[in-house]
Write a protein that binds this ligand. Structure first.
Ligand code: ADP
Ligand code: MG
Length: 592
């Protein structure tokens, strides 16, 4: 319940709406309570007329009109309250979803390494729906019921205290029993949700990688596994439903017995002349009104527990610790006073592991990169090259040691300022749906056509962009699926060029290009690397022959540092690769 209260305070600006909904609901039930009184009065009038004790038909007609007025008022209030209820729900959903999204944008990269997109979405939807449902049910069910019950208790106490006593005893008992039994129900609910989360996660992954599914012909397997999760959920739902309905059956039967006693009391008291026929009608109607909530009570208990679970799930994410100094919430910093004297990038005794339990991926890294230097990283795949450049952007916190940029520890520099210093071409191009223009200008303000064209030309992308139907306005599909690997890479290079950052990181940026395009991109980059500090990760050694220094990584450690010429003769990784690639390129030439 605390978590629900926390939700309500999260969206505390909605209090006028909560209040409107509650007032509406209370007014609805208050007007509904008038009807039995009017009918009781009418009954007594009819009896009086029949027994010749006065009373007039005109009075009866007025009572009928009164019934109409009450009914009209009731339906007007119901609908007005319904409108406020809808607005409250949708506003609450907006607030909760937006805060959740903002939270996700602030979480560290590590969180995303361990979660499936679809699962995140499935959980978010469920928790928000459970919370808004809960509020709706409470506003429209709980408060009116409390009003009705209180009124019924007071009125019956006046005529027949025994009936009030019975009602006072059964309600708490029923709430208690329902809450008790629904624990079991909740366990099933949790298992069911796990199935939905897992299949939801898989679902979005499969949709996103349909080519792989098609090429491995795994359609049937994916469909079956999806179906299996849903079938397991069906089994659980059946269990829930059987349990729920058998409980409900007991509940209703017990209630029937209680009401048998209540009616017997009413009939007996009327027959012995303790009150009029009209009062009997009144009491029967009022107690029937009190009976209804008992049957819906189990829905409230379910809704409450679901909302408790949903809000706990919600806060499981909301209470996670943000990436330190995340740009979304941090005060905007224009420029950090970077020092020009220090090395541009410095690794000082850095150890790094992706999680505390995993083996270290980088060990004892010491490295200084000077202004304007071009450095290449060479090493086997999985050797930690990408990891190393990730640390410069502070995508993960180091396990030990310090990474500095312009002499300042990245841990302490405002994140936005740090990341603005770095232009990066990711290993997997990483584009978004939308147009080429939108992708190239991602994260930038206004970009002129001229700037776009220059960047495209330097990245050797003008050729293919020019041949597209809508040129810069061509839609490239989710993650750029409509482009070839090489085209994506060139676009990604162009995007990094436009960012115009002092540090440029190229993580196998040209690996999908043929030799000719690679040369062309290289030529464009040459000019651009002028005056910038550039880190290049490449496996084609021809692309890095002109760098200032090469750093080779082996099993997470720096193996060698030297100029290409120096390392060519040491017999290390670079020399080995050089020999290998020299041999293959000679073989290629021989084929030609
Ligand atoms: P390289 O770029 O040199 O090919 P990476 O830096 O990508 O190598 O990976 C180095 C090691 O770290 C690999 O063993 C890989 O399995 C591991 N690794 C990479 N990314 C992650 C991650 N997000 N979570 C856990 N381990 C990772
Ligand atoms: Mg890599």
């Amino acid at each position: 319940m605390r978590s629900i209260a926390k939700i309500m305070t999260t969206a505390s600006q909605l209090w006028p709406l909560y209040l409107a909904v509650v007032i509406g609901a209370v007014a609805t039930s208050a007007t509904a309570l008038l009807t039995p009184f009017v009918i009781a009065r009418a009954t007594d009038t009819v009896v009086d007329i029949a027994e010749g004790r006065g009373g007039s038909v005109a009075d009866l007609m007025w009572l009928a009109v009164l019934l109409l007025v009450v009914a009209l008022a009731n339906s007007a209030i119901t609908n007005i309250a319904g409108y406020f209820g809808d607005v409250m729900s949708v506003r609450l959903r907006t607030i909760l979803s937006t805060s959740y999204y903002r939270k996700l944008l602030r979480l560290p990269q590590r969180y995303y390494d361990n979660e499936l997109t679809g699962t995140i979405i499935s959980r978010l939807n469920r928790s928000i729906t459970s919370i808004t449902d809960f509020l709706q049910i409470f506003a429209n069910g709980f408060f009116p019921t409390v009003v009705t019950l209180l009124a019924v208790l007071v009125i019956t106490a006046f005529y027949s205290p025994w009936i009030s006593l019975l009602l006072i005893i059964i309600y708490p008992t029923f709430v208690w029993l329902t809450a008790l039994t629904s624990r079991k129900w909740q366990v099933w609910e949790k298992q069911k949700n796990d199935h939905y989360d897992i299949s939801g996660g898989r679902f979005s992954e499969v949709i996103g990688q349909m080519r792989v599914v098609k090429s491995f012909v795994t359609e049937r397997r994916e469909a079956d596994s999806f179906h299996q999760h849903y079938s397991d959920a069906v089994v659980l739902t059946k269990q829930q439903s059987r349990f729920w309905h058998s409980m409900d059956m007991w509940r209703r039967s017990a209630l029937d017995v209680v009401f048998f006693v209540i009616y017997a009391i009413i009939f007996w008291q009327t027959a012995t002349g303790q009150y009029s026929v009209g009062t009997m009608v009144l009491l029967i109607q009022l107690t029937s009104m009190a009976r209804q909530p008992v049957t819906s009570m189990s829905y409230w208990v379910d809704a409450t527990q679901r909302a408790v679970a949903g809000s706990l799930e919600y806060f499981k994410v909301m209470d996670k610790i943000d990436e330190p100094n995340n740009p979304l919430e941090a005060a905007p910093v224009a420029r950090v006073g970077w020092s020009d004297d220090d090395p541009v990038i410095e690794f000082d005794g850095v150890d790094f592991g992706y999680s505390d339990s995993d083996e270290l991926v980088l060990r004892g890294i010491n490295l200084q990169v000077n202004r304007g230097e071009r450095i290449a990283f060479v090493g086997e795949s999985g050797g930690g090259k990408t990891t190393l450049v990730n640390l410069i952007m502070k995508l993960y916190p180091v396990t030990a040691g310090v990474v500095r940029v312009h002499g300042q520890s990245v841990a302490e520099v405002p994140t936005a300022a740090l990341r603005r210093e770095v232009g990066v071409v990711f290993q997997d191009a990483s584009l978004f749906s939308g147009t080429i223009r939108e992708n190239m200008a991602y994260g930038l303000g206004d970009v002129t056509d001229e700037q776009l064209e220059t960047a495209a030309r330097r990245a050797n992308a003008s050729g293919f962009i020019g041949s597209l139907h809508d040129r810069f306005d061509t839609e490239i599909g989710e993650r750029g699926v409509k482009l070839s690997g090489g085209q994506k890479q060139r676009l990604s290079v162009a995007r990094a060029l436009l960012k115009d950052a002092p540090i440029l990181i190229l993580d196998e940026a040209t690996s999908s290009l043929d030799t000719k395009s690679e040369r062309a991109v290289q030529a464009g980059l040459e000019e651009l690397m002028e005056g910038r500090t550039t880190l290049i990760i490449a496996h084609r050694l021809s692309t890095i022959s002109s760098v200032d220094r090469i750093i080779t990584l082996r099993e997470g450690r720096i193996d060698e540092i030297g100029t290409p010429a120096e390392l060519a003769t040491t017999g290390g990784i670079y020399a080995e690769l050089l020999a290998l690639q020299g041999a293959t390129s000679k073989a290629d030439k021989a084929k030609l």
